[in-house]
Design a protein around this ligand. Structure first.
Ligand code: KIV
Ligand code: ZN
Length: 525
């Protein structure tokens, strides 16, 4: 039995992961990455283990050209790819940007659906077929056979099937190494897409790798990609966090984890290092400015969070009761227990420990009753709510060490951003004055100066507007590290600098509590 399992795993075929975060992902409205930012993402994608990085569309802008050339020079393990329409100038420029790559790939495409041919390209099916053949030959020729050539039939899923098959057969004959089947407008359904890929596979056999590129307009991009793999596709095109045109592309992390968690169901493996997934997602979110939805599978804030008391109790006893993968497998810390009205004593005690509160049995009893009252009135209980509850209930002993009294920032125009800050500590008031790269940096430097803080590292800083409009509440999340202890906290205010200062001070308070909690070695809980 065991031997059989090993045999079948050995027989698995490789599924190539083609990441298009830097090309289709960058087509997300509002996203505009600099070449340096793209390079930073490309390096992380290489660590993640993707096989192909589509770095951009070389002819579309000088910035894209620069980004592709920079990535082509630096990246050694993954193939580096540029998109190019089936046009001479596009393919020339793509090759120019790629020529220093260790493993270059030219991705040329033309639409094959009647609606695109008639209204967008205004050419006949036959003309499109000729252009497709010519583009593949030209890409091979100009790169002197050095580039892997991929051909995409844009809007393939809405193309007439016999014509589509003729196009694919002809481009493979012309030298295409990979043929890509895009569901450009996210129209396909999983069973239909399975049949489409199966039909293409029957015609093309193993003469080229069959790839799929699914958009998410009906929320089916990942399902369609996975069905395509079952039907014989051996490359999937996807993006980190599923970003991309309109509703986005199939998300890389969901595909990779579906194949990892459900190995029993797929005839393929990937070379993705799953422990790099969360880090990559965070980097892409930070640099693109596109927040990840809380409920997004794998990488969303709530993906490993549990609210109901029954679930919390189960997860605290054995995470496998309600989790199909370990958070560590995707590079995240342990599961989060979200406190709410359904939470029980177990979860509340665990949260107090995490926040560094060291309570006696009686204090704990009182705190739990108060927590239940609060939880019935409020949907989600944040760490800050628990902290306030304990501080109010138990008085001086648990008062935060640092409180913001006032702050002032001068910045803008040609002034050097400067901040002054007054902080109340449990002994006295402290004043700090400092400059920085911007108003938040100056404020953080002023806090460090006031409290004489050394060796404190700001590991993460995120800001978001909680509502729309220029008077919206800003919410800032920070993660700090000092002496090997990491803490995260948040601050909220209409003024983004004040929200940033509050987040920093809240994190410092948490750090203090954690230190004293660790000193007292968990006694009393
Ligand atoms: O969605 C699409 O059809 C594309 C092609 C260029 C592959 O992005
Ligand atoms: Zn696309």
């Amino acid at each position: 039995m065991k031997e059989n399992k090993i045999m079948s795993e050995n027989k698995k075929e490789k599924l190539y992961i083609f990441d298009t975060t830097l090309r289709d992902g960058e087509q997300t409205p509002g996203v505009n990455l600099t070449p340096e930012e793209k390079l930073a993402i490309a390096k992380q994608l290489e660590k993640l283990g993707v096989d192909i990085i589509e770095a951009g569309f070389a002819i579309s802008s000088p910035a894209d050209f620069k980004a592709i050339s920079m990535i082509a020079k630096e990246i050694k393990k993954a193939q580096v790819c540029s998109l190019a329409r089936a046009k001479e100038e596009d393919i020339k420029v793509a090759w120019d940007a790629l020529k220093e790559a260790k493993k270059p790939r030219i991705h040329t495409f033309i639409a094959t659906s009647d609606i695109h041919l008639k209204y967008k390209l205004k050419i006949s099916r036959n003309e499109a077929l000729k252009k497709a053949i010519w583009a593949v030959k030209f890409a091979k020729e100009i790169s002197e056979g050095k580039a892997i050539v991929e051909f995409s039939a844009e809007d393939a899923s809405r193309s007439e099937i016999n014509y589509l098959l003729d196009v694919f057969e002809a481009v493979v004959e012309a030298g295409a190494d990979v043929i890509n089947v895009p569901d450009t407008v996210g129209y396909a359904l999983p069973d239909e897409f399975y049949e489409l890929i199966k039909t293409i596979k029957e015609r093309i056999k193993n003469k080229a790798i069959i790839s799929v590129h699914c958009h998410n307009d009906l929320g089916l991009a990942v399902a369609n990609s996975l069905m395509a793999v079952k039907a014989g596709a051996r490359q999937v095109e996807c993006t980190i966090n599923g970003i991309g045109e309109r509703a986005g592309n199939a998300s890389l992390e969901e595909i990779a984890m579906a194949i990892y968690v459900r190995k029993d169901s797929f005839p393929v493996y990937t070379d993705i290092d799953t422990t790099q997934i969360y880090r990559t997602s965070q980097l892409v979110s930070r640099l693109t400015g596109i927040m990840v939805a809380k409920t997004k599978p794998i990488v969303g804030d709530n993906a490993f969070a549990h609210e109901s008391g029954i679930h919390q109790h189960g997860v605290l006893s054995n995470p496998l009761t309600y989790e199909i993968m370990k958070p560590e497998t995707v590079g995240r810390k342990e599961s989060k227990i979200i406190l709410g009205k359904h939470s029980g004593r177990h979860a509340f005690e665990k949260k107090l420990k995490e926040l560094g509160f060291n309570l006696s049995k009686e204090e704990l009893e009182k705190a739990f009753l108060k927590f239940k009252e609060l939880a019935s009135a409020k949907k989600e209980i944040y760490d800050i709510d628990v902290e306030t509850l304990i501080e109010n209930l138990l008085g001086e002993k648990h008062k935060p060490k640092y409180e913001l009294i006032s702050h002032q920032v001068i910045s803008g125009g040609t002034t050097i951003p400067t901040a002054t800050i007054k902080i109340k500590t449990n002994k006295e008031e402290k004043l700090g004055l400092s400059v920085g790269n911007g108003p938040v940096d100056a404020t953080y430097n002023a806090i460090k100066e006031a409290l004489n803080l050394k060796d404190i590292k700001l590991l993460d800083f995120k800001i978001r507007a909680l509502t729309a409009g220029t008077d919206a509440q800003a919410e800032v999340y920070v993660t700090l590290e000092k002496d090997g202890i990491k803490v995260s906290s948040r601050g909220q205010d209409q003024d983004i600098v004040k929200a940033s200062a509050l987040a920093f001070l809240n994190a410092l308070n948490r750090l203090e509590r954690k230190k004293s909690y660790e000193k007292s070695n968990c006694k009393g809980i």
